[in-house]
Design a protein around this ligand. Structure first.
Ligand SMILES: NC(=O)c1ccc[n+]([C@@H]2O[C@H](COP(=O)([O-])OP(=O)(O)OC[C@H]3O[C@@H](n4cnc5c(N)ncnc54)[C@H](O)[C@@H]3O)[C@@H](O)[C@H]2O)c1
Length: 350
């Protein structure tokens, strides 16, 4: 039996698309690459050949006119997302757009309005939701495995020094720095895994180390509507080998402690303590020898992301990472940046 495949076009194919998403798409059972778009003709042609696409374009409008393309993956610099996503919606193409969807939540709403009007499906590139350990943590928490979740922590960092011309280092091109670029995954994971939504936030986002105009350091607290308080640290100024990208959940009956799962490769480790709830012990000896290492079968998060959205297009299964989730996260980020200026706890708003 031949499996029906969604025909994809990729706008901005030379960055994360080439590094991760296109190799992931090549493994997807229900997707095929129809066209790539890059600004430089040689790069576009090189990528077309590398991934076996039919067409290479140097303008996104050309790719959107291609009747072969049913769905686009937008992985260009953030400044271009809004214009390209709205044009894709008007062209009737389904859209998977990289995070953040646009520079501001207002612009994100313009994009979602255009998608709704056009009646196409749209999704966001929060592919870390598909990590086997993140799925496992979500299930354990939903089943009450660690009791009432009272505290969470998520960390994503890298070393990102000044690079002339780097769009991420200019606020008008990126919308912000470490928090909007990396922290969004962390906030999304805490919400997704515990099943809550952030209602308030407070914290600091600063440029401590480098001379660019976006935050290289962000440390925020988020309060979710399910009572969870989460700490999110996102940095551009910690060496890759010095941070362990931890994701931790603590509850009244145990904890889930992941290391190296927040990132682009499905891997890392997950330790769990299932204590069944503690008796009071004045001695506070803290015997953690009951911690167990959990195992999972790893895949490729980008393949799962492409397969999931392709399946929504082909069979009408619910979109796993709807645009509305990304718009909400953008509002959390905006409230956190506000808090850094006002020093106050800020409401996220509807
Ligand atoms: N989910 C993830 O794992 C992940 C990882 C990294 C980046 N991202 C997101 O992907 C997007 C791109 O980031 P990146 O790291 O790939 O950046 P990048 O600069 O490495 O790559 C962007 C690509 O877009 C091309 N480009 C430039 N101008 C363009 C235009 N006007 N139209 C189309 N393409 C254009 C560039 O030539 C480049 O090849 C951002 O939204 C970023 O947040 C997601």
């Amino acid at each position: 039996m031949t499996v029906k495949k969604v025909k994809w076009g990729v706008i901005g194919a030379g960055g994360i698309a080439d590094r991760r998403t296109l190799p992931g798409m090549m493994l997807a059972k229900n997707a095929e690459l129809a066209a790539v778009m890059e600004v430089d003709a040689d790069t576009a042609e090189r990528l077309r050949e590398k991934y076996g696409a039919k067409k290479a374009y140097t303008d996104y409008a050309g790719l959107l006119r291609d009747p072969d393309v049913e769905c686009v993956y937008i992985a260009s610099p953030v400044i271009f997302h809004k214009e390209q996503a709205i044009a894709a919606a008007k062209a009737g193409k389904h859209i998977l757009c990289e995070k953040p969807i646009a520079l501001t939540s207002g612009e994100c709403l313009e994009v979602s309005g255009a998608c709704e009007k056009a009646g196409i499906l749209s999704a966001t590139g929060f592919m870390m939701r598909y990590h086997a350990y993140h799925q496992m943590m979500k299930k354990i928490i939903a089943e009450g495995g660690i009791g009432q979740v009272v505290s969470a922590r998520a960390q994503l960092t890298c070393w990102y020094p000044e690079i002339p011309g780097a769009w991420r280092q200019e606020k008008k091109l990126s919308g912000g720095g470490a928090l909007i670029d990396m922290g969004v995954h962390c906030i999304d994971l805490i919400e997704y895994i515990t099943g809550g939504r952030t209602v308030k936030t407070v914290g600091f986002s600063d440029t401590k180390t480098f001379s660019y105009d976006v935050d290289d350091s962000s440390n925020i607290l988020i309060r979710l509507d399910n009572g969870v308080t989460g700490y999110v640290d996102s940095h551009f100024n910690i060496p890759d080998e010095a941070a362990f990208c931890r994701l931790e959940f603590y509850g009244t009956k145990g904890s889930l402690l992941a290391e190296g799962t927040i990132g682009q490769v499905e891997g890392g480790s997950l330790k769990a303590v299932f204590s069944g709830g503690g008796g009071y012990e004045a001695q506070q000896d803290r015997d953690t020898s009951g911690a167990v290492d959990l195992t999972a079968e790893f895949g490729n998060m980008y393949t799962k992301e492409i397969e999931s959205f392709s399946d929504s297009i082909l069979s009408g299964s619910p979109v796993q990472v709807p645009l509305s989730d990304a718009i909400h996260i953008q509002k959390v980020v905006e409230a956190a940046y506000r808090s850094s200026e006002t020093g106050a706890v800020e409401d996220v708003g509807e």
